[in-house]
Write a protein that binds this ligand. Structure first.
Ligand code: PMV
Length: 355
């Protein structure tokens, strides 16, 4: 009864959740968002989504219904997608289905920056839904099981989103080297990260801010029956094992080797799909070349990775920031209007007290 009263006056939940960049990539899935291999990512801090949900009681049989505003503007297309996502995850929640979800969401990075926003958006939304469930049940605080559920729900919205629920480094997918790792949700790194990697920097070079020509879901699907699929999944598993050791031991060389191998393997899978396609641009290739050249000349700890798009992430230890600055300045020449986003490893999502 109390819960119903609360819904009558509207319950507000609000979360800020960051994007993440995978070092060991998830590319290929089975069933309902189950990854073909385990992946590992850095949770970022600067690029995030802020989402606020006001949940109110809907007339019987009229819920769930979604009103969605993106950066203050009503967006019916996203609203329809979010409504179908909420319907699909409803069986995992104890709250009633007759709810109107009045959702406001926005990114703190430019909408057209070409950064994958699905990880931050879906994790922020999932965290709000989990908080709503807790509020209705009179549960306070953020427990381990709360985060696990938020990760599980995020995954259903967008696979990579489930890793954004945890700060630092997280792993999604069953992997023999990590006890408790799971295909249905991500887990935080189960050991202390070597100080070399604490606060690792990620300068995101925006080569093209436009929408990608081939979506990730189409790309994942093309891994079904891909000639190199089995080899790719086993490569990712081996790379993850070596990456874990590098993160523990502060081994930059192995970290860098695997990170770049994963980025190029991801794009190689796209090129060798049927039909094949390219998401890198000529400027992405120029940046990759320049990073390798700079590393050779200066011996600096710097490497790159790419998401499923043309933008290039430049990774380096926080302690080397000053040394890498000239390289970043030089690389801006290859960016759309010289755009680069200075991001770094963050501590994960934050619950906010919105009105
Ligand atoms: O979460 P999705 O379905 O958008 O897939 C993301 C895939 C990559 O970003 C390319 C790799 C990853 O692991 O994040």
């Amino acid at each position: 009864m109390e819960a119903e009263d609360a819904l009558n006056s509207g319950i507000i939940t609000c979360w800020q959740s960051p994007s993440n960049i995978a070092l060991v990539k998830y590319w290929g899935k089975k069933g309902n968002q189950i990854p073909a291999n385990a992946s590992l990512s850095i949770t970022l801090s600067v690029a995030y989504t802020l989402t606020r949900i006001k949940a109110s009681k809907a007339p019987s049989g009229k819920g769930p219904a979604v009103i969605f505003r993106f950066e203050g503007v009503l967006n019916e297309t996203f609203g329809v997608r979010i409504e179908s996502f909420i319907k699909s995850v409803l069986p995992h929640f104890t709250f009633p289905k007759d709810i109107i979800f009045d959702i406001e969401s926005g990114n703190n990075f430019p909408h057209s920056a070409g950064i994958a926003s699905s990880a931050s958006a879906m994790s922020a939304l999932a965290l709000c839904l989990c908080s709503l469930e807790n509020k209705l049940a009179g549960i306070d605080g953020i427990s381990e099981s709360f985060l696990q559920k938020a990760s599980f729900i995020s995954r259903i919205g967008s696979g990579s989103a489930c890793r954004s629920v945890f700060g630092g480094i997280s792993v999604w997918g069953k992997h023999p080297a990590i006890d408790g790792s799971d295909d249905e949700f991500a887990v935080p790194l189960p050991f202390e990260l070597h100080p070399l990697f604490a606060g690792i920097r990620d300068t995101i070079l925006i080569v093209d801010p436009g929408q990608k020509r081939v979506s990730s879901s189409v790309g994942h699907n093309l891994m079904k029956g891909h000639a190199y699929a089995a080899a790719r999944f086993s490569q990712a598993t081996t790379n993850l094992t070596a990456m874990l050791l590098a993160l523990k031991q502060g081994d930059w060389e192995t970290f860098s080797l695997i990170t770049e191998n994963e980025a190029l393997s991801l794009h190689a899978m796209m090129m060798t799909s049927r039909p094949g396609y390219l998401l890198m641009h000529s400027n992405s290739l120029k940046i990759i070349d320049k990073v390798a050249e700079f590393r050779k000349q200066t011996g600096s700890a710097v490497c790159y990775t790419l998401d499923a798009g043309p933008n290039v992430h430049i990774l380096y230890p926080e302690s080397d920031s000053d040394k890498i600055k000239p390289l970043i300045e030089e690389l801006k020449e290859y960016c759309h209007q010289g755009t680069a986003i200075e991001d770094k490893m963050g501590s994960g999502p934050e619950k906010l007290n919105c009105r």
